[in-house]
Design a protein around this ligand. Structure first.
Ligand SMILES: [Cu+2]
Length: 445
């Protein structure tokens, strides 16, 4: 035990002393001259130099390039599969047509050596990400993912406004996937919380200019890791899964489960700071341990922090719980057995619930298992009506939401996108071990 403790002290010291600068992720090249079409080519393949549990890359790197577009644009993505197994790309959080959702459910995956063209209109703004949905745990943990940033149709914030410098931060724990494909270990990353960001081990050095406003678009691409970010002076959360929030939140800590995203506004003053992840486990939330330093922030210059930006927050109140037709999803299982259920069923042997397009349902998600589960619904978003009966302080729209141990969430869902939509836990070993079901939206006649 003593030897291990000394090793950890040494690692922390070495990390702080030899920290790399924060890598800046490249944007994907837009091959289409038309203003309202973004056309990118992505090739997924083994990395030339695999390292630290990262085996695959998109266009030669992990994370892959950031796709940038504007609400209302058409996105065209040519995916070439350079792996020796099938793959797909799923557009996490985006409302895409079912055939473009990238799930191998009634739609064939992309075979090795083949190219498939994903094409759809972007209907939302915000911070999204792409990742395979075939052999998902292995392929995502191996490094196949990237960000999709969709700017709003109208400038946000409205002019005149200070310039906002944007930075994408994709966090991951490498080597979470158990080699035997069994989730019993629930991720080595849980025991060795070495977060990586933008393809570099943390902590990284970040040197924004003092006096600037920064917007950090944060994606948790980990398969099992919970990223618990504490509040810092000058930092507030301004956006969640589906774009700008109804109200800012400067209180924290902000807990992003696997698949979750949030945007943070950072009004940079002259003071150095360290943003360190608080110890947090899917087996019970906050836990004993030391914070893990992620960003070592050394501002350049001595300008004072700018005033917060006047983002067009709606201030909307949460909707009243309509009661009415409720679909219950009970989450059960355990790490001990490595078997996970939704309503006592394991994917693909599931009962498919059907709803006509345009109808509303309340999804009541009850976690009666011994771990957290981030609940993710494809092709739609939902409004959080309540957590254990308590409504959120403001209207909250998400596509991925953590369900704590013994918690019950009520989610208002407008079924407006026809197709068969996966609803699953985004702890990827849990999903692969059965915690996934299908909600069918029947097209309007
Ligand atoms: Cu789970």
């Amino acid at each position: 035990m003593r030897a291990r403790a000394l090793t950890w002290v040494a690692l922390l010291w070495a990390g702080a002393a030899g920290a790399q600068p924060l890598p800046v992720l490249p944007d994907a090249t837009d091959l289409e001259p038309a203003a309202d079409v973004v056309h990118v080519a992505l090739t997924v393949a083994p990395l030339a130099a695999p390292h630290d549990g990262f085996e695959y890359g998109v266009n030669g790197a992990t994370p892959g390039p950031t796709i940038r577009a504007r609400e209302g644009d058409t996105l065209v993505v040519e995916l070439t599969n350079g792996l020796d197994t099938p793959t797909t790309l799923h557009w996490h959080g985006l409302h895409v047509p079912f055939a473009m959702d990238g799930v191998p459910w009634m739609v064939a995956p992309v075979a090795p050596g083949e190219t498939f063209i994903y094409q759809f209109a972007l209907q939302q703004s915000g911070t999204y990400w792409y990742h395979p949905h075939f052999d998902t745990d292995r392929q995502v943990d191996g490094g196949l993912y990237g960000a999709v940033i969709v700017a709003p149709a109208e400038p946000e914030p409205p002019a005149p406004a200070p310039e906002v410098v944007e930075t994408v931060l994709i966090f991951d724990l490498p080597a979470e996937h158990a080699p035997d494909g069994h989730s019993g270990a629930h991720g080595r990353g849980q025991r060795f919380p070495t977060w990586w960001v933008n393809g570099a081990p943390t902590p990284v050095e970040w040197a924004p200019a003092a006096g600037t406003t920064q917007r950090l678009r944060v994606v948790n691409a980990s398969s099992t890791g919970y990223l618990a970010l504490p509040a810092l002076p000058g930092v507030r959360a301004i956006a969640g899964d589906q774009g700008l929030a109804a109200a800012p939140d400067a209180v924290g800590p902000w807990v992003l489960g696997p698949g979750d995203r949030a945007d943070f506004e950072w009004s940079v003053g002259p003071d150095a700071a360290v943003w360190a992840a608080e110890p947090y486990s899917l087996n019970g939330g906050p836990r004993w341990g030391d914070p893990w330093p992620l960003l070592s922030v050394t501002p350049v210059g001595s300008a004072a922090a700018p005033a917060p930006v006047a983002w067009p927050f709606s201030g909307a109140a949460p909707s009243a719980d309509p009661g009415g037709p409720t679909w219950v999803y009970a989450l059960t299982g355990s790490d001990r057995t490595g078997v996970w259920f939704i309503n006592g069923e394991r994917f693909p042997d599931v009962t498919i619930a059907e709803v006509p397009q345009g109808a509303e349902r309340v999804l009541e998600v009850r976690n009666i298992s011994p771990t957290h589960h981030p609940f993710h619904l494809h092709g739609h978003a939902f409004e959080v009506l309540s957590v254990d009966g308590v409504p959120p302080p403001h209207r909250r729209i998400e596509d991925t939401i953590d369900v704590g141990i013994r918690q019950t969430l009520r989610l208002r869902w407008l079924a407006d996108n026809p197709g068969d939509w996966m609803a699953h836990c985004h702890i990827l070993p849990h999903a692969e071990d059965g915690m996934m079901t299908v909600l069918r939206v029947l097209p309007a006649p």
